[in-house]
Design a protein around this ligand. Sequence first.
Ligand code: ADP
Length: 321
Amino acid sequence: LPSLSSDSSLVALDIGGTLIKLVYFEGGQLNFEKFETRRLDQCLDFIRSKKLLSGSGIEARLANAHAMIKASGGGAYKFADVFKEKLGVSLDKLDEMDSVVAGANFLLKKIPGESFTYMDGKRVPVNINQEKLFPYLLVNIGSGVSMIKVTGNNKYERVTGTHIGGGTIFGLAKLLTGCSRYDEFLKLSQQGDNLVLDLIVKDICGELVCEKQGLSASTLASSFGKVITSKRMLSDYKPEDLATTLLSAFTYNIAQVSFLVASLLKLKQVYFGGSYIRGHASTMDNISYAINYWSKGQMQAIFLRHEGFLGALGAFMSYRS
Ligand code: ADP
């Protein structure tokens, strides 16, 4: 950690397309908060109320004139003027990928019990052999998805990414299910039945034929595929069934792309981060299942307890340098 006395406070930010992540040091420990980016004012109020900058009012604004908050993410550029105007503070803008990788490496090297696998509803802690930590693939699922090959401290390459990410899924969920909060969407998805909308192998070739061809009858053949042949309108579907199908369709897809990228790069370890995961059981189940299925058991999906805060933590660590 940056050398801090237990009474000092320090804050770093990661301002993304959907969420602002905030890491701050208070009471001798690191604390984590997030806010919706569209509610930037709540974040500013929080920083004020926690006195994460010295005091408030005009004097403080003058005192803060030379103060800098380390900040990563595109919003560090977009909202720099707002921070200057409302808090009198400048944002020290950091490269987003540098921060995400620094945050992930910090967690994997320094925080015991940070990483775990998730299979059949069970979290199993992963003991990381520090000698074998690198190389790994980091898949950060935020509004969009970044895939980064990490080969050491500050050594990485952003290999690729996909625009089909958390923003896509939650955006579609809002339109299709009418939900307004992300946790509401996750809750809905737990109560639904994907077989109402998804086409599985059995629906196409019948159970017996599938077995003959060595295909599992329950394998997903086409997400939302049943809708095509149905007379039902959108309003005839239950929001919870739509939510379940949405979540699994895109989560499997992101996991499959991750598997393909890891295979091309010959990487066996794939770590998943980003707020999309949200510690949600079926999201992690789907990712683990897909990675295991496509790699025939040769790769494992590993999750991080502080999944959403990689960039903010990396920004925080940069006070050291
Ligand atoms: P970004 O840095 O692009 O904002 P994040 O890693 O913060 O990305 O992840 C944003 C995604 O996380 C959203 O697109 C959504 O899928 C999911 N998410 C998790 N919690 C929330 C929330 N409270 N509000 C909106 N989206 C959320």
